[in-house]
Ligand binder design. Structure first.
Ligand SMILES: *[C@@H]1O[C@H](CO)[C@@H](O)[C@H](O)[C@H]1NC(C)=O
Ligand SMILES: *[C@@H]1O[C@H](CO)[C@@H](O)[C@H](O)[C@H]1NC(C)=O
Length: 476
């Protein structure tokens, strides 16, 4: 019988037994952690975008008016977007709290990025988010640059990514993606560790600000002649260009951004905020901390942020009784995720397969369907009226859905003959998974049948029967 202990260990591939000692410690200190997005203080707080009240993020809609469609968007993330109108040759479709109100307070968002041949997502930063990316088509040459180091250096890390590879861009660092192909487009699905990650495109912010930054300032900063800033055909001449990369619909957004920037440092969240550019997990260290100690920065290289994860490949769903296979790329598999508050997974579902009811104790999940159809749902925690409300939705290819942090949720492939596939991202480097049936009826040692018989209002024999079942785990 698989118990909860063996479950979570196999789930998350925790190589060393140190991790078991670590978990209670993490639980103790997690509530004191500071992070970019605030932690939720209720099951959900769907953004009330019409409220005149200004808070960090958005005020909450009255919970009685919340419906499943607040967590759903027919986002068409399966469809290639037009890259011909953009000079950079790319098109970013960001599903943030402005488009999906249910993301409010949940610290995550998702995007599809299309790249024309030779197209790029030009150097930019996300002031409030780490980004995790998987390539779904073509290949990408990607990179990020560290902040100014003590030795005056800004180190560049670059990598060529192929379909199915995963890469991490640490929070706030300048990064880019470039499609090196002369003739093939590329596409990526990314997730960001904020409901509203923000984007600062460097060229635009520096040379295209409104009003312009003084040319005295820029000439000195970039050590060029003032004329270079104006001369035609010079790369720096980008004044007065309009940039609509992120489709920012409302001007409220700009007011909000400023407000969020002011208060974000006071926010509490599930994963701690980074206190340096990156802190690549040193899994061999004997030191125990919240998460992992950092590798010496001088030993860090680009492969610490990269995994040939094969997220483009169908996984075997025939061995799992539930008919699903979860491939989770968390900090145990990708050391660069340490302190960065995000992870990514591919989930394969056999026909009639399911990812059975489970919770992620430390993460909200955002999911997009790559193939097939999914019937999904989550259940609220116990409400004042004694209710646990179920929200369900049928998702098609390209749709996006949010499962709020810690709530019990499931996905089911209703098709008799077609498999389904999803890419999910989770707002923790180590979201954890507790499969309800396994944890309750398959724990090791078993929970007393007296307790369970009363809790579930069934005969003890029914409990004994359930406890005798083999509770397997569908996670890798
Ligand atoms: C992105 O693609 C969509 C749909 O193809 C198009 O409507 C939009 O204008 C494009 N945005 C940019 C910035 O090119
Ligand atoms: C998931 O698929 C992989 C590769 O196809 C396989 O090695 C693994 O055993 C599968 N895991 C489960 C839980 O079925």
């Amino acid at each position: 019988m698989y118990g909860l202990g063996s479950n979570s260990s196999i789930n998350l591939n925790m190589a060393s037994s140190n991790i078991f000692l670590l978990i209670p410690f993490i639980a103790l200190v997690a509530t004191q952690a500071m992070a970019s997005d605030p932690s939720p203080l209720q099951d959900f707080c769907v953004a009330d975008k019409n409220s005149p009240v200004r808070v960090n993020g958005f005020p909450c809609k009255d919970a009685k008016d919340v419906s499943v469609d607040d967590f759903f968007l027919a986002a068409n993330l399966d469809k290639p977007m037009d890259t011909t109108k953009s000079k950079a040759g790319s098109n970013v479709t960001l599903i943030n709290v402005m488009k999906l109100a249910g993301l409010n307070t949940l610290g995550i968002s998702m995007a599809r990025i299309d790249y024309a041949p030779k197209g790029q997502n030009p150097p930019h930063t996300h002031p409030r988010a780490t980004e995790i990316l998987t390539v779904i088509e073509g290949s990408l040459y990607v990179g990020f640059v560290t902040s100014n180091q003590a030795n005056g250096e800004n180190k560049l890390f670059t990598k060529t990514l192929n379909k199915g590879d995963v890469f991490v861009f640490p929070e706030g660092l300048i990064q880019f993606q470039f499609n090196p192909s002369y003739d093939k487009p590329a596409a990526a699905i990314v997730a960001l560790s904020s409901q509203n990650p923000g984007t600062i495109t460097i060229a635009n912010a520096v040379f295209g600000s409104n009003p312009p930054i003084s040319d005295d300032v820029l000439a000195k900063a970039f050590q060029v002649d003032k004329k270079a800033l104006y001369k035609k055909h010079r790369p720096l001449l980008v004044h007065k260009q309009k940039f609509h990369q992120l489709n920012m619909a409302s001007s409220n957004f700009f007011l909000l951004t400023a407000l969020i920037a002011l208060v974000a440092t006071q926010a509490m969240a599930s994963d701690p905020s980074p206190l340096q550019d990156f802190c690549v997990a040193d899994r061999n260290s004997p030191v125990r901390v919240n998460g992992f100690p950092c590798k010496d920065a001088k030993d860090v290289n680009v492969d610490d942020f990269f995994l040939a994860a094969n997220l483009d490949k169908p996984m075997d769903t025939t061995k799992s009784k539930a008919g699903s296979n979860v491939t989770l790329i968390n900090v145990m598999k990708l050391a660069g995720l340490n302190t960065l508050g995000i992870s990514m997974a591919r989930i394969d579902y056999a026909p009639k397969g399911q990812n059975p009811p489970h919770t992620h104790p430390r993460a909200t999940e955002i999911l997009t369907v790559l193939e097939g159809t999914l019937y999904v749902g989550f259940v609220t925690s116990n409400q004042a009226n004694g209710e646990n409300k179920l929200f369900t939705k049928t998702l098609n290819k390209g749709d996006v859905f949010v499962f709020p942090q810690g709530l019990i949720h499931f996905q089911f492939n209703p098709s008799y003959d077609k498999p389904a596939v999803a890419i999910a991202a989770l707002s923790s480097q180590n979201p954890g998974a507790s499969t309800i049936a396994n944890a309750v009826f398959g724990s090791n040692p078993p929970i007393s049948d007296d307790v369970l018989a009363k809790a579930f209002q069934v005969d003890k024999k029914a409990v004994d029967w359930l406890q005798a079942q083999f509770w397997e785990n569908n996670h890798n």
